[in-house]
Write a protein that binds this ligand. Structure first.
Ligand code: PML
Length: 254
């Protein structure tokens, strides 16, 4: 049985990125997956949709999914939500002023030319240096998906735990690989003005924070906090080249 990466990216008429998604699937599931990704792209009224199908020639590493926890209850003021998110980052040994800088980057849009970036910022944990080679594109986590035998189980478990939105599942899967690759902690929220839940992933846990940004704000992104002496090329190789299947334990799905 062969395994394929099936990737979709959709853009508007100016070439601006609208949506993207990757799945790692067995050959029998390619046609169904292309259809699913195409439907997903269509929601955003794209000008063009690119679908790439690529055979994976390497062994796929299996990694357990992060556990998921809710931060402060819904409807808390943004400042309280951020205080709790900050505390989790402080506990992960990220320097306080680096955390402030990370929030300010996401608040104003992290791209060097202004606005959103498709990939993540790589930020060193003590001096707050940006390591991503391209400060308009950032660094992306790719070649990751939930294992086909666990897909339905993960979906059911997330719905049961009160997290039915597909964004949660997508972000959880990506964050699982990102931490596996050696990123110490990740902070992120969507640029969708209607989606105000963000997350901090660190030390095996994905923390969700409702109301981490104001409704109506169309800026967001992801920050990957890394060691001061991080080997950027090696980290990017792990994030972008090594294929990962995220596995769901019986405990997670309970
Ligand atoms: C969640 O629902 O758990 C938060 C998801 C944030 C997704 C960020 C994004 O879509 O870029």
């Amino acid at each position: 049985m062969n395994i394929y990466s099936v990737r979709m990216r959709a853009a508007d008429e100016t070439g601006h990125h609208l949506s993207g998604m990757e799945r790692l699937v067995l050959d029998d599931d390619i046609a169904k997956t292309v259809q699913e990704l195409y439907q997903r792209a269509w929601h955003n009224h794209p000008h063009d949709v690119h679908i790439t199908i690529e055979k994976i020639d390497q062994e796929i590493t299996q990694v357990p999914v992060l556990r998921i926890r809710s931060g402060i209850p819904n409807k808390s003021p943004k400042s309280l939500v951020r205080t709790q998110a900050r505390q989790i980052l402080l506990d992960a040994q990220i320097q306080s002023d680096v955390i402030d800088y990370a929030f300010s980057l996401l608040d104003r849009g992290p791209a060097a030319s202004g606005g959103n970036m498709r990939g993540a910022v790589l930020l060193t944990k003590h001096s707050g240096r940006r390591l991503e080679p391209d400060k308009d594109r950032g660094v992306r986590t790719v070649r990751v998906d939930v294992h086909p035998k666990d897909r339905d189980r993960l979906h059911r478990a997330l719905v049961q735990q009160g997290f039915p939105h597909p964004r949660t599942q997508d972000a959880l899967i990506l964050a699982t690989k990102t931490l596996w690759a050696g990123v110490i902690a990740e902070l992120g929220w969507s640029d969708d003005p209607d989606y105000t839940t963000g997350f901090v992933a660190t030390k095996g846990t994905y923390w969700r924070f409702e109301g981490i940004k104001e409704a109506g704000v169309n800026l967001g992104g992801r920050i990957y906090f890394v060691e001061e002496d991080e080997d950027t090329a090696e980290l990017m190789n792990r994030l972008q080249q090594i294929p990962i299947w995220v596995m769901v334990s019986t405990e997670f799905a309970k």
